[in-house]
Design a protein around this ligand. Structure first.
Ligand SMILES: NC(=O)c1ccc[n+]([C@@H]2O[C@H](COP(=O)([O-])OP(=O)(O)OC[C@H]3O[C@@H](n4cnc5c(N)ncnc54)[C@H](O)[C@@H]3O)[C@@H](O)[C@H]2O)c1
Length: 303
């Protein structure tokens, strides 16, 4: 049971949902984020995780874990602004680990990405593959994983890195990822274009499953890296067809040339996640339907 937790990036999509679940279970949750939260926290510290001054504002109580979500998350933006990605994702993670070291926080669970292994399409991506990031974003996540490893071995803090696939679900409407973009496109709110042929394949994992995995890793004080997703990969064309079915309208977005740095495909092995007892149970069909229900309720869209 997690009594007191710090969430970095709690004003974002995943951090907000983790906080919501933890609050429902009676956990005291502090959010550190540059932007204001959309869900309730016991304490909100507005600040940059890169700055020591931000961490000095954290209430002086003993925490059971830090769930570290704050990061610059756009792969494409990291190519145009690598400096920003570096400071948030590497210096920021360093400050998270420093706080854990100085204040004896026993567990840190950080959000990572399969972008750390680059384009690997010969088979399933496992945690044993070498690091080979193709973008500044992937490189910053790889560096963050290495810092976590160093802090575990030197200071005996449990540090887990969870390499998430594409996370989707309710409350992500301002985001740039494929599911909200397709749903906004379906109601005429924004453009949608398919890069290349649409044969890039990805694994999609529902937010509630991700929340469960984070909490379990923190509670069990796991150390090391684990890939987590639903375990089935779909092409962009297949996702467009599935969203079309859910929204009840045939979507045929235009195609444009492929983007540099985009991974061709992500298919992960769930062997290690299974061993750790992490389980995703919501299929893409079911998750898209729940997500669309939330979209139309939030946006007051007519079916
Ligand atoms: N969403 C996905 O599909 C996915 C996939 C793989 C990995 N991840 C990782 O999961 C984490 C959370 O992703 P998300 O989708 O919730 O992102 P998000 O952009 O919705 O939330 C990130 C939050 O971090 C905050 N933030 C960023 N830099 C900060 C800084 N320097 N100081 C303070 N606050 C800062 C932002 O204000 C934002 O509220 C990220 O680390 C991301 O790289 C997400």
């Amino acid at each position: 049971m997690l009594g007191r937790v710090i969430v970095t990036g709690g004003s974002g999509f995943i951090g907000g949902q983790i906080a919501k679940h933890l609050k429902e279970r009676g956990t005291y949750v502090v959010n550190i984020d540059q932007n204001p939260p959309k869900v309730e926290f016991d304490e909100y510290i507005k600040g940059n995780i890169e700055d020591e001054s931000t961490w000095r504002q954290v209430p002086e109580v003993a925490f059971d874990a830090i769930l570290h979500l704050a990061a610059r998350t756009s792969v494409l933006k990291s190519i145009t602004d690598p400096v920003d990605a570096f400071y948030s994702n590497v210096t920021g993670t360093f400050q998270v680990l420093e706080y854990a070291r100085k204040r004896n926080v026993p567990a840190v669970v950080s959000a990572s990405s399969n972008a750390v292994v680059g384009n690997y399409t010969e088979g399933e991506i496992t945690e044993a593959l070498g690091l080979n990031p193709l973008t500044p974003y992937g490189a910053t996540k790889a560096a963050a994983e290495m810092l976590a490893s160093g802090y575990h071995h030197s200071y005996d803090i449990a540090t887990a890195n969870i390499r998430l696939t594409n996370v989707y679900g309710p409350s992500m409407w301002n985001k740039d990822s494929i599911v909200p973009r397709l749903m906004r496109y379906a109601v005429g709110e924004s453009d949608f274009r398919i890069y290349g042929e649409g044969d890039q394949f990805r694994d999609y994992v529902y937010i509630d499953d991700v929340v469960g995995a984070f909490i379990k890793l923190a509670e069990q004080r796991v150390t090391g890296t684990v890939s987590f997703g639903f375990g089935v990969s779909y092409t962009v064309t297949e996702v467009v067809a599935m969203v079309s079915k859910v929204v009840g309208r045939e979507l045929s977005p235009p195609h444009i040339p492929p983007q540099k740095g985009e991974m061709l495909g992500v298919k992960i092995s769930l062997e290690k996640a299974d061993r750790l007892g992490l389980k995703a149970s919501v299929s893409l069909e079911e998750g898209l339907s729940r997500t669309w229900d939330d979209f139309i309720a939030t946006r007051k869209v007519k079916r």
